[in-house]
Write a protein that binds this ligand. Structure first.
Ligand code: SPV
Ligand code: MG
Length: 296
């Protein structure tokens, strides 16, 4: 059973989420002890082999988050980009994700089609502050479960518009009903986020995604007021590195024994996907039935 983000925040004060793009990465995140799964648009797009630029549709994103939700017991926060359109699209997105057992969504103020915050030299436009505030309100009014969690995200710092605009937007989104505000930054250090948090005078929790400013710890961010910290793409980047290195070795050597110590055993995969449970269920539902058929 998935818990709500609000309940979990009340219980633990701070949460750390791990980005995932499929059932396996989500399960690895859960096994590693993270509090929640971030259904990352960046990772899901990359797993399809396409850029993070609203190339995938809302239903693509929903399907992957649905797969993730079935693989873990911890809550899922789905990255819903810009809500896949205007406030009307965002409201429909809210209802769909809520209905699929997702604990919360994040809606950013990038124009449709969005561009990943880290792509250099691509056109980047934010929707006007009021338009995004209304989009957040539309989401909050669309939800039916009172515990459904809507994070409003501002890209003001990513767009280079400065701390004051980031604050103006964050306050407007909080005022519109956001349950938390994600302030994204692509600086190599966390200075911007430190300044932002010092100026943030609201009970609405902040969310940070330490991708480029990677030396600050989740604990330090929590102490600044970023009650939710999302490690958005480190799982996938780790796996890409391992796969690239291993495939290079395998191609050169031609024998799979070269990888024996560089990959997990088959048994490890069996454990991760629940082969023990499969065996137990067979004993309960297949073998038992077969014996009964024979003796009747
Ligand atoms: C994502 O994971 O898709 C995010 C976070 O939006 S980031 O890629 O770091 O912008
Ligand atoms: Mg994203």
């Amino acid at each position: 059973m998935h818990h709500g983000i609000l309940a979990l925040l009340a219980e633990r004060s701070n949460l750390t989420a791990i980005g995932a793009h499929d059932g396996m990465t989500a399960r690895l995140g859960q096994n590693a002890g993270f509090d929640a799964i971030w259904g990352s648009g960046f990772e899901i797009a990359a797993s399809f082999g396409v850029p993070d630029a609203n190339i995938l549709t809302m239903t693509d994103q929903l399907r992957q988050c649905d797969i993730i939700a079935q693989a873990v017991d911890i809550p899922i926060i789905a990255d819903c980009d810009n809500g896949f359109g205007n406030a009307i699209n965002a409201a429909v997105t809210t209802r769909m994700f809520e209905r699929h057992g997702i604990a919360g969504i994040c809606i950013e103020d990038n124009e449709f089609p969005k561009k990943c915050s880290f792509y250099e030299g691509v056109q980047r436009n934010l929707v006007p502050l009021r338009e995004h505030a209304l989009k957040i309100r539309a989401c909050k009014e669309a939800q039916t479960d009172p515990d459904f969690f809507v994070i409003a995200r501002t890209e003001a710092l990513i767009a280079g518009n400065g701390i004051q605009e980031a604050l103006d937007r964050a306050y407007a989104y909080a005022e519109a009903g956001a349950d938390a505000v994600l302030v994204h930054s692509k600086q190599p250090v966390s200075d911007e986020l430190v300044t932002f948090a010092e100026k943030w005078d609201s009970a609405v929790p902040l969310v940070a995604v330490p991708t480029t400013y990677d030396r600050v710890s989740a604990q330090e961010l929590h102490e600044l007021g970023y009650r939710i910290v999302i490690f958005a793409n480190q799982a996938m980047r780790s796996s890409i590195k391992a796969i690239e290195e291993n495939l290079r070795l395998l191609r050169a050597d031609g024998r799979s024994s070269i990888l024996r110590d560089r990959m997990v055993s088959l048994e490890h995969v069996f454990d991760l996907v629940g082969v023990k449970e499969l065996r137990r269920d067979e004993a309960l539902y297949l073998r038992g039935a077969a014996e009964e058929l024979l003796t009747s």
